[in-house]
Design a protein around this ligand. Sequence first.
Ligand code: KG4
Ligand code: ZN
Length: 362
Amino acid sequence: MPDLTVLGIETSCDETAAAVVRLDAAGRAEVLASVVASQLEAHAPYGGVVPEIAARAHVEIVDTIIARALDEAGLAFSGLDGVGATAGPGLVGGVMVGLSAGKAIALARGLPLVAVNHLEGHALSPRLTEDLPFPYLLLLVSGGHCQLLEVEGVGRARRLGSTVDDAAGEAFDKIAKSLGLGYPGGPALERLTQGGDPTHFALPRALLGREGCDFSFSGLKTAAARLAETIGSDRDRRDLAAAVQLAIARQLAERTARAMAAYARRRQGRDLRFAVAGGVAANATVRRLLTEAGAAQGFSFSAPPLKYCTDNAAMIALAAAERLRAGLSDGLDAPARPRWPLDARAAAERPLHAVGRKGAKA
Ligand code: KG4
Ligand code: ZN
């Protein structure tokens, strides 16, 4: 089996990213280049991502970012075996920019195109730097998503649980906003927790002990916002941030522990592998509680390095390469999809978002 060298393009939210990944005959990935241009400054005055500003910023810079990725990889278009671009879910204006760029390159160079599901990119991201065989249990926690998935292979993911309201990153962002912190709130809130006492303020523990593996953060968000209005001192703000972080991390760990127990039963205790991905996986407390939950049930723990936890194109290039290897590619008429569940069956049987994403990343 020959090596596959694939260009990936990611423009579904507020990062314009391009990367080149090589997949060797044994299925090991090597990131030859990964370039990410964040639009944070363009959106900062609005306290969240503005779709029109995002789409325009992607248009202005996407060609440059692709050229830079190829340059860093030391390759010309002729050195590529395929091109993958995020085709959703995400802000459709931005998705169209990256997908169109990918289609243009595929057409001009006669390369196969892969229309990549952004969630599949996150789901496969631990395989960028680790030899993590299928199947594994994955917690995907980002600004737009909070799901537990059983990843059985490329194009095969079963959803075990999902949030019934906000995503965990969205909760971090919104609570950070009510504490007067800038966007993105997660990292700012984590910094504020330094020296904070997480036991000073009591926060609701949603779904604790409840059956299933779904998540809910809206009660916590409301309670934290109310408390934020009544406090003034720096110490109180630190304590509240610490309490919020611990409450979110605990819920993630508790629901994940349930999914682990069910998964371990189904697999009869064999090959128990757990991975976490998405921007919130950058949070040290979240990682610690998840590691502990996994260790208690005999799971190995994988997490991509931070640069591959948040949005990037290396994970998109990898997903495209793995699909190409499996004989999967897409036509040049592949649509940009604002919504695109990874597990279409679970989404149809148990739709969780009646009204769709509402947060900064929505
Ligand atoms: O994966 P990502 O870059 O974008 C989406 O696809 O959503 O995730 C971004 C999210 C934001 O909500 C951000 O606040 C959160 O990840 N995040 C964090 C941390 N770093 C990023 N949340 C908590 N603690 C962090 N250190
Ligand atoms: Zn993402």
